[in-house]
Design a protein around this ligand. Sequence first.
Ligand SMILES: [Zn+2]
Length: 257
Amino acid sequence: MSNSSLVTYKKIVSNKDPGRGGKKIDKIFVHHMAGNLTVQQCGNVLSSRQASAHYGVNGKNIGQYVDEADTAWHCGNYSYNQRSIGIELANDGGASNNWHVADATINTAIELIADICMRNGISKLNFTGDLKGNLCMHSYCAATACPGGYLKTKFKYIADQVNQRLSSETPGKPPNKNKWLNYQLPFTVKVTDKDLYIRSGPGTNYKTVKVSGSAFIKPGVYTIIQVKEAGGYTWGKLKSSTAKSPRWIALDFTTKK
Ligand SMILES: [Zn+2]
C-alpha cells in the first residue's frame, strides 16, 4: 500500500484507525462535501468531526487526510471502511442546484481513482448501483443523501473514464509511454517518407502490399484505425484496409496530424 503522488496538500487527521484489519483495498467510495470546501478547509472539517476520508478534491487540487494503509471513517460501515478508500468531492452548487460538482473536480477525481486502482491492483471499476460493485456510494451503507443528486448521475461516467485509463495500463506497472497506443482511435498521421512500406500485418515479417503498383505508401495524410506494437516498432492499420487486404505501416516514421 502506498499513497497517491498526485496529492497537492497533506494534513493527516487523527480520526482514523491504524491499519485495515488485514483487509485489502477493493472498493472506492466517492462522497460529496455538501459544500464548496477547498482541500485545506476539508481537512479542517474532518479534524473537527468524528469522520474522515483518505482524499478530498476541489478543482485541480487533491488533499490527503488519511494514509491509504489506514482505515478512514467515511462510509458508516466499519467493515466497508476497512476495505475501501474514501474520496470527498467539493460541490460548486448547493442543495437547490442538486449539489452540482464541477467538471474539473470530477476530472481530477478520475485521475486520482485511476492512480489508486493501479497501485492497489484493481484492474477494472464495476459500477453496479449497489455494494456488489467496487465503485460505491455512501448511501449504499448509510441513510444519507451523499453523494448528492448530481454526482449520483456521474458514477457510470467516472467508472468508464477510469477503465479507459486502466485498460492501457497494467496495474502496478508504470504508465504506458508509447504515445501511439495512447491516442484515441481513429487518428490521422502524415507520411512524408517516400520509402515506407505498406505491409499485410503489424511487423516486418509480413509481406509488403502493392497499392497502385507500389509497395511504398504515397506521402500524404492517412487515417489509422488500429495500433499494435511488434518487433520494436508501433504499427498502424490504414483505414483503406479491407478484409482481404489488411494494410499496415510503421507509425514510427510518420507524424501525428
Ligand atoms: Zn459521504
